[in-house]
Each structure stands twice: as C-alpha cells, then as structure tokens.
Design a binder for this molecule. Structure first.
Ligand code: S3P
Ligand code: PEP
Length: 407
C-alpha cells in the first residue's frame, strides 16, 4: 500500500520510544537458543527479529527467513551445529541474490555439511547439522561482517572455540565488535588483534542474567534527519539509549553535528536539538556505518548540501542495490547523483519536486530515509509498510510528531 505524506510541520518538542536494536536482538536470540540461562528485555519487535525467533524454535525442515539478511547468515552457522537436524534455509527472491558463499566455505572448512539447492553461492541452502571438530579458518572480510559474526556466535559452542583469520580490508567493524562485546558480557573470553579473532570454548557454567537490548540507532537516524530538516529550537527525545553504545550507527551523534543537530544524554534518553548550522558540503567514509548512508544522502539532498559518501561497497548486496535505488529516487525528486560501486556523490540542488512517488524496492530504509522529506514537500511512499522489516510502528511515531499521513 502507498502512503501519502503531506507537507507537514512538527511539534517544537516531542518524544518517541524506539524498539530494541535489530542487530543486538538477532545476536542475543541466537545466543539464548544456545544458552537458555539468560533472559532478554527490549527485544526488537521488527519482522526480522520475529523471523529469527520463529526460525530458532522451528521444527520443520524448511525455514524461510524472507528478507532478513542477518537471520540468514546467523542461522546458517546455527543450523550447521544442530547435530542430526536437516534444514533447508531459504528466503525471499532478493535473499536468493544475496551472496553467502564466503560463510558457507568457512563453515565447510570447519567440517560443516552444506549444499546449494538452486544457485551455487546463494540461498537456499541445505544444511545437515553435525559436530564441528576443527576450529581455525580464514575468510574474506571485505564483503559482509555478518559472515564473521555468524561464525563467532557459534564459536563458543565448538569443542575448541574458534579462531578466524580475516583476509583483506575488514568492513562494518563495529558489528563484529558488537558480537564480541555481547559474548564477553555473557561470560566468554574473546580477542580481536590485528586480523585474528578468537572465541574460547565454553568451559565454566554461565551465570543466569537479564540482558537489556539498547534501542535501535539505525532507526534513530530518521529522527536525526527530521531534526536536521526542522526549525532551529526543535527538540526530539528518543529512548532508550546509552552513551557507550555497542551499535556503530551511534556515530550519528558526531555526524549530525555537521547539520546543527546536538545530542544531549539524560539517563536512558537522548534529546536531539536543532541549532544553527552553516554546513556547505559533507564528505564521509561510511564503511563502519553502512545502514545510515541512505538517511544521510536524503538529509543532504533536502538541505541542498552536496555530499561525497565513500565506503559504500556493501550497499549493492543489501535489501536492494541501495546505490542505484538512491540515485533513481533522488533524481526523480530533482537531484543529481553520481555513483560508483562504492561511493555516491550528490550535487547541490535547489528545488525539490512535489508529489513524487518514491519506490522502495523491498527496502525498509528507502521508505524511512525519504519520509523526513515531508517537512519540505508532499510525497508518496510506495509499499510503505516495508518499514516493518526493522521498525513496524514508524508511521505511528511520525504521526505523533505531527506528520500528516494518508494511509
Ligand atoms: O551484523 C549486523 O547486525 C549487520 C551488519 C551490517 O551488514 P554488513 O556487514 O553486511 O555490512 C549491517 O548492514 C546490517 O544491517 C546489520
Ligand atoms: C542490511 C540490513 O539488514 P540485513 O542485512 O540483516 O537484511 C539493514 O537492516 O539495513
């Protein structure tokens, strides 16, 4: 269903409670399935986390994880060590185009039995769960950090733990560190030095524990964009966040200072405040925070600020080719964009075309990144509920700020 977002004004002060981080939730759900002794709170209510929960308790041979990339990668590792269980792990049409060979080969090297059901290197895959004996493997680290996190998550269950040697440039590093920090928090021993990562085997009895998932920083990015597009003095309070986040997208705090958005931490809340800014152009390397590239590109377009974004080599294999999708949709609105396989350059623009229909390509972040534009002009968001992949209540929360949305 398409939603129309009328040109809107938002309240001077508003607040929103955002669901738990999808990335933290999907790691912790898997770890909880391996180690039932701990409990979780503020788990993400996203489709992807619900799919993860259901997949982990599924008894059927075919497990379909739709568009959920982290679930696909993490569950490939998980089902590889479920001794005696045969699983066909599949997903949406797009999931069948998202590569998994690097992870499958690493698991096979450790002794896993995995075969391709359709195209070599891509889901669906058939996994015959067994005990993995080996513990050392090398893999390419510049395609997706999710392969590395998947291996680390099961590492503690292997007889001798796991030791990974990462080849080439390491991408999306904060997501790897998040995995290690969560393992540390539960009580495992991990290390990450240069290009070697290890998780020691689980020997001692783990203590039961309540773990609280921090709210999602990628979801917060849309409010940073809204604040950047708002009048000076506008304040938006978001919960529940912490200053020492495990999520790399908390880089938003520094990045949005360029747009005049300051962040004040108060207990478990952050307040974004729009101040005067004189930004003329922006250059950023987003290899550590790929999921906020769309948000930042649209913020710059809305403000008529040229930007040069690099480190975007992972964007082509996400929910859609996000580089092509951004170029196509920003150009419909009147902008001019140049892309390569790993970068995006947006020229300065003055006018924004009105009532443009934004295609979302089964990508939640396309819908959410363009929605703040309603502060500048009316627009249509196609297949608007695509947002449920990570943030099901997105439009209700925008309405609470003052956005006028015709559903
Ligand atoms: O591990 C994770 O939770 C994620 C890692 C990142 O993927 P890549 O490492 O493929 O860039 C990110 O884009 C994705 O949304 C979530
Ligand atoms: C890339 C994303 O998710 P995934 O890879 O888990 O599908 C995302 O949420 O932006």
């Amino acid at each position: 269903m398409h939603f129309t977002l009328q040109k809107s004004e938002i309240a001077k002060k508003s607040s929103v409670k955002i669901t738990g981080s999808k990335s933290e939730s999907n790691r912790l759900l898997l770890l909880q399935a391996l180690y039932p002794e701990f409990k979780l709170e503020n788990v993400s209510n996203s489709d992807d986390s619900n799919l993860m929960t259901n997949a982990l308790s599924s008894k059927s041979e075919i497990v379909d994880i739709h568009h959920a990339g982290t679930a696909m990668r993490f569950l490939t590792a998980y089902f590889s060590i479920q001794e005696g269980r045969e699983t066909v792990l599949t997903g949406s049409k797009r999931m069948k185009e998202r590569p998994i060979k690097i992870l499958v080969e690493a698991l096979q090297e450790l002794g896993a039995e995995i075969s391709y059901e359709e195209n070599e290197g891509f889901p669906p895959i058939r996994i015959s769960g067994k005990k993995l004996i080996k513990n050392k493997v090398s893999l390419k680290a510049n395609v997706s950090s999710q392969y590395i996190s998947a291996l680390l998550l099961i590492g503690s269950k292997l007889e001798n733990g796991i030791e990974l040697t990462l080849e080439g440039e390491i991408t999306s590093v904060p997501y790897i560190k998040m995995t290690l920090s969560l393992l540390d928090e539960i009580g495992f021993n991990t290390s990450f030095e240069h290009n070697i990562i290890s998780v020691k085997p689980n020997t001692a009895q783990l203590k039961s524990k309540l773990l609280t998932v921090e709210s999602d920083w990628s979801s917060a990015s849309y409010y940073y964009s809204i604040a950047a597009l708002s009048d000076v003095g506008t304040e938006i309070t978001l919960s529940s966040y912490k200053q020492n986040s495990l999520q790399g997208d908390s880089a938003l705090v520094e990045i949005y200072k360029h747009f005049g958005v300051s962040t004040v931490y108060n207990k478990n809340k952050i307040t974004l405040k729009k101040e005067v800014s004189s930004l003329e152009q922006l250059s950023l390397d987003l290899k550590d925070a790929p999921d906020i590239a769309q948000t930042i590109a649209v913020t710059c377009f809305a403000l008529g600020i040229p930007c040069d974004l690099v480190g975007l080599h992972t964007l082509k294999i996400k929910e859609t080719d996000r580089l092509v999708a951004l170029k196509t949709e920003i150009e419909k609105l009147g902008g001019e964009v140049e892309i390569t396989d790993k970068s995006l350059y947006l020229k300065a623009s003055k006018d924004i075309n009105s009532m443009v229909s934004i295609a979302t390509y089964n990508d939640h972040r396309m819908a959410m990144a363009f929605a703040p534009l309603a502060l500048k002009t009316s627009l249509i968001v196609e297949d608007a509920m695509v947002v449920s992949k990570s943030y099901p209540t997105f439009y209700d929360d925008l309405e609470s700020l003052g956005f006028e949305i015709t559903k």
